[in-house]
Design a protein around this ligand. Structure first.
Ligand code: FES
Ligand SMILES: [Fe+2]
Length: 387
């Protein structure tokens, strides 16, 4: 992000902090409890996620030709490779024979040998080896291969479309946010791995926890609230996506400092909600990614939490420190946000009360739910089109 823009955002954040207020939506908002509990809504939510371009990781997870990684998206195993010409490809990680996963984890490999009967694929997905050839007269070496999914690297991230019959237009999906996301460079920082939360909460409750900082002073009293302000957010919408700035407590010290000397990034956390199910949290030292997926029923979701760091991980103590920071952030989400959300899900499912309230001071939350509602009402999802 350009310094001018960062300074402008810092000015806005400082004014909110000084005035002890937050950006406000025009009005209070109500959401039906059923949005989190109905099977019919859940099916539509799953279809919405399936139909949207999916950010699945950092470009740094495929550092060079021959690199590969595997991802699970909505229960579907996907193999991503960087081929000899440097391009990114994605495939269903499903063997043509009896559907074993042909690859696991990540690393460097130009060929993938299925662990079941050793059918072998190259990193363009082509079948290149078939032991017991005489058993499979109808299978053709090189012509047959793994099912390819549309894939791209864009704005520093890896993207796939889950439907092989679609085209993937991430530029159209991100619109004006693309350049800004790319500018942080977090997708090129060193990846620190994945941590998975399989939780008895609707996927939207999981996203909701990242959509406001009104809860910091209570839920994160001993953790985030010791460094970040509560109920104080700069909010901007970008089509179906939004950006929140959470000012740190230190921001008030800028009152004493001339603007030319401001170091904006020392005083804020930047949160992006990318439609429909992705959250990014950017600080000077961490590029966190939360991929939040609807589960097999309304009251279950899977969150894949990733982090990247600009630090040089070849130094052992630096690497251990970066992992400790990641673990701390993860434990906070798991033990504070999601644990509390389990109680919300139980209450929503009990039917005791038929709606929730989103305040004027929760504009990100309102925007998130409005963006979903508009998409479900049939407005263009953008970024992915059936051929
Ligand atoms: S399932 Fe892959 S070789 Fe048999
Ligand atoms: Fe939280």
């Amino acid at each position: 992000m350009e310094r001018d823009q960062l300074i402008d955002l810092t000015r806005r954040a400082l004014k909110l902090a000084r005035d002890k207020t937050t950006d406000l939506a025009p009005a209070q908002h109500r959401v039906d409890a059923q949005a989190y509990t109905s099977a019919e809504r859940h099916d539509r939510d799953r279809a919405m996620v399936m139909a949207s371009p999916q950010l699945v990781g950092y470009v740094s997870e495929l550092p060079g030709p021959g690199a590969y990684c595997t991802k699970t998206v909505m229960g579907r195993s996907i193999l991503l490779t960087r081929t000899a010409d440097g391009s990114v490809k994605a495939f269903d990680n499903v063997c043509l024979h009896r559907q074993s996963q042909v690859a696991t984890g990540c690393g460097s490999a130009k060929r993938f040998t299925c662990p079941y009967h050793a059918w072998t694929y190259d990193n363009d997905g082509r079948l290149v080896g078939l032991p017991g050839r005489e058993g499979f007269a109808d299978v053709t070496i090189r012509a047959d291969g793994l099912t390819e999914l549309p894939a791209a690297e864009f704005a520093g991230f890896l993207w796939v479309a889950l439907d092989p019959g679609t085209t993937l237009d991430v530029a159209a999906h991100l619109g004006p946010l693309a350049e800004e996301l790319d500018s942080w460079g977090i997708g090129r920082w060193s990846p620190l791995g994945e941590k998975v939360l399989d939780c008895p909460i609707n996927w939207k409750l999981a996203v909701d926890t990242f959509s406001e900082n009104y809860h910091f002073a209570t839920v994160h009293q001993q953790t985030f609230a010791t460094i970040a302000r509560s109920n104080c957010t700069v909010f901007d919408a970008f089509g179906p996506h939004h950006r929140l700035i959470f000012p740190l407590n230190t921001i008030l010290t800028l009152d004493e400092v001339p603007e030319e000397q401001w170091d904006p990034f020392q005083n804020m956390v930047v949160i992006y909600a990318l439609f429909p199910n992705i959250v990014l949290s950017v600080t000077i030292a961490n590029g966190e990614l939360f991929r939040i997926y609807p589960g097999d029923r309304p009251g279950r979701s899977i969150t894949v939490h990733q982090n990247s760091t600009p630090l040089d991980l070849s130094d052992e103590s630096t690497a251990a420190g970066a992992q400790a920071v990641f673990e701390y952030a993860h434990a906070t989400v798991r033990d504070e946000d999601y644990r509390l959300a389990e109680g919300l899900q139980a209450n929503l499912e009990s039917g005791a009360r038929d709606h929730l309230l989103f305040g004027r001071n929760e504009p990100g939350l309102q925007h998130r739910h409005n963006a979903w509602a508009q998409a479900l009402a049939g407005d263009s999802l953008g970024g992915q089109h059936r051929q």
